[in-house]
Design a protein around this ligand. Structure first.
Ligand SMILES: Cc1cc2nc3c(=O)[nH]c(=O)nc-3n(C[C@H](O)[C@H](O)[C@H](O)COP(=O)(O)O)c2cc1C
Length: 182
């Protein structure tokens, strides 16, 4: 199924749970992708931070181009995501190596990755070098309904992972805390 644009506030549904993500970049010549599990939303207007630094090629590209795309892997993509996070774009073309299909984004030159649950086109707004934080703002969100199960992968920190399980809807208890549009 093709990606379809969804409302910007929906970005939070993919970021708040802190899933394993794929971050795509384009340096002007080549697409690249890394895996990131350290992400955190910081407001209701689409801002978030990633924790990464100059030891990764993607970080350097993000700072140079001021943009990236956060892709949310589909349920069947975990092993690929882990392999992507175990090799650097300095030594291979990860899109070719892992058979990833790059699709054009609208607001950034970094590509969407086909087959993901959703892709969030982002601009880099700033950095907090002392803590290796990159501040991003989501510009546009697309999702593939056939892949967007809403069940996200989470890293536990020791090489084991969990996929979201039971859902409990307590939104009635926190109506005053929920942003409009969700
Ligand atoms: C499950 C997983 C989670 C990861 N999370 C992060 C992260 O939060 N921050 C980070 O800097 N690197 C993280 N990495 C490591 C990078 O993905 C890895 O260093 C990658 O090779 C960088 O690629 P690049 O040099 O092409 O940018 C993670 C790797 C895996 C497998």
């Amino acid at each position: 199924m093709p990606y379809r644009e969804i409302k910007l506030p929906k970005a939070l549904l993919f970021l708040e749970p802190g899933p394993v993500t794929l971050i795509s970049t384009f340096d002007g010549h080549k697409n690249n992708v890394m895996t990131i599990s350290w992400t955190m939303p910081i407001d209701f207007d689409g801002r978030l931070v990633l924790c990464t630094g100059p030891w990764n090629l993607s970080f350097k590209t993000m700072l140079k181009t001021k943009e990236c795309v956060i892709c949310i892997p589909a349920e069947d993509m975990l092993e690929k995501a882990v392999r992507i996070g175990d090799i650097s774009g300095t030594v291979c073309d990860k899109f070719a190596h892992f058979g990833l299909k790059a699709l054009p984004a609208k607001t950034v030159k970094a590509p969407l990755i086909a087959g993901c649950q959703a892709c969030l086109e982002c601009r880099v707004e700033g950095t907090v070098p002392r803590y290796n934080l990159v501040v991003l703002k989501v510009q546009r969100v697309v999702a593939d309904k056939s892949k967007a199960s809403g069940r996200l992968w989470h890293a536990r920190g020791d090489g084991t992972f969990t996929l979201d399980g039971k859902e409990i809807n307590l939104s009635r208890l926190m109506k005053d805390k929920l942003p409009p549009g969700l």
